[in-house]
Write a protein that binds this ligand. Structure first.
Ligand code: MLT
Length: 404
């Protein structure tokens, strides 16, 4: 008789955004006349930029001609895209990252869930609390997290690093020593950012204790402050202790197209073993590469026209973030994030839980956000709103919340 991976049985509930989707769909089915404004999941709403559409059309045409047709993509990504990433995201920022240290994939969510496979099950992970649920859930599936304490909503073998108003939502170095440290800055869900010297402290710490930092830089395009690093490789020594994950979803609207990349520097080694070689082996075995047409679209992100058009898109979402942040602040809410991030983190009214506030917003003003407790116990009492809606919807959502 076959057996299943019992670790899956340990997962509490469904994936956060699926739970929210079900609740909203049920409400909408019961009240079809209501116009719901969705500022929950961080999904973009602007159409793809013209430079990207043009690249897609061009690549589709190539696929229709014998001379330019492409079959399987190279496992690790086409050189034209890896070169464009290395040049624009790294060398232009003074980071010495080579094209051959970049692994192209179908998105940062998949990479952030899969990367734990190359580490021992004995490794102990440390995560921010609140945290993007994929980091924890994928380690639960692998069997690395111990037992779940449903009363406290924590796993026995995970080191939680609380991010609260007391520490400006930036974690302190953990008291227990982790092997793998998940960091995401600008942060999902709190929208908090770290400056270069704060991030350098984490790199120094990881080098000291022999840990690897899994650094999720999915939101770097939203950074507005000069002292906030766009990449962990802006810190000294990071190439020996950090893996960086990137997405094309938030900076270029690829949530539906799917494209991302992971950087593993060649000097990142466990003893003599190169993590770069391990991930290359994993990619070669389990992955056939992101589609050619999508990689050509990714290349267009770095063209002069693409850069200019995407700058405008990001500015559009930044304006929304600013409206939410300042609109709710003026209305008396305690809010943070939104300056280097498309996420605004708000304190829910006294006496309410995050989920109670979620229900209240959905039912009374038909606005959807994400309950902070869905991201971890320290998220209780908070609520996340995204800036990825249209400007008109964003203004209306804030105005509706003000009426509560
Ligand atoms: C979020 O809302 O946290 C993100 O959209 C999730 C994701 O990028 O997978």
């Amino acid at each position: 008789m076959y057996q299943i991976n019992d670790n899956y049985q340990k997962l509490p509930g469904s994936y956060l955004f699926s739970t929210i989707g079900k609740k909203v769909n049920a409400y909408s089915a019961a009240h079809p006349e209501k116009r719901i404004i969705r500022l929950g999941i961080g999904d973009v709403t602007l159409p793809l930029a013209p430079a990207i559409i043009e690249a897609l059309h061009g690549a589709v045409d190539e696929m229709g001609k014998a001379e330019t047709f492409r079959g399987y993509a190279p496992d690790l990504g086409y050189d034209f895209l890896r070169e464009a990433i290395a040049e624009n995201d790294y060398r232009a920022r003074g980071c010495d990252i080579g094209a051959d240290e970049i692994f192209v994939s179908d998105g940062a969510k998949c990479d952030s869930g899969n990367i734990q496979e190359i580490f021992s099950l004995d490794n102990r992970i440390a995560v921010c609390d609140p945290v993007y649920p994929v980091y924890v859930d994928s380690n639960v599936m692998a069997g690395r997290t111990g037992d779940y304490d449903s009363a406290r909503e924590v796993w026995s073998n995970v080191i939680y690093m609380p991010c609260t108003a007391d520490n400006d939502f930036v974690p302190e170095l953990p008291k227990e020593t982790p092997d793998l440290i998940y960091l995401c800055f600008p942060n999902n869900p709190t929208g908090a950012a770290v400056n270069r010297s704060q991030l350098q402290e984490w790199v120094d710490y990881a080098l000291k204790v022999g840990a690897v930092i899994l650094y999720d830089a999915a939101y770097e395009a939203y950074i507005t402050e000069p002292d906030v690093p766009h990449s962990i490789y802006e810190c000294q020594g990071a190439k020996s202790c950090a893996i960086e994950l990137h997405s094309f979803s938030k900076n270029a609207g690829f949530t539906g197209l799917r494209l991302g990349f992971t950087v593993i520097p060649k000097e990142l080694k466990c003893g003599d073993v190169s993590l770069h070689s391990m991930w290359a082996r994993r990619h070669g075995t389990k992955y056939n590469g992101a589609p050619y047409i999508v990689q050509r679209a990714g290349e267009a992100v770095y063209s002069e026209a693409g850069k200019a058009q995407l700058e405008e898109q990001i500015a559009y979402y930044q304006k929304n973030a600013d409206y939410i942040l300042n609109g709710l602040k003026k209305a008396g809410y305690r809010v943070s994030g939104g300056v280097n991030s498309p996420y605004v983190w708000m304190k829910v009214p006294e006496g309410m839980t995050s989920w109670e506030f979620f229900d209240c917003l959905l039912e009374k003003v038909n606005v959807v956000g994400t309950p902070g407790s869905g991201f971890g116990p320290s998220g209780e009492g908070y609520f996340r709103l995204t800036a990825f809606g249209s400007y008109e919807n964003t203004v209306e959502a804030v105005d509706r919340i003000k009426t509560l």
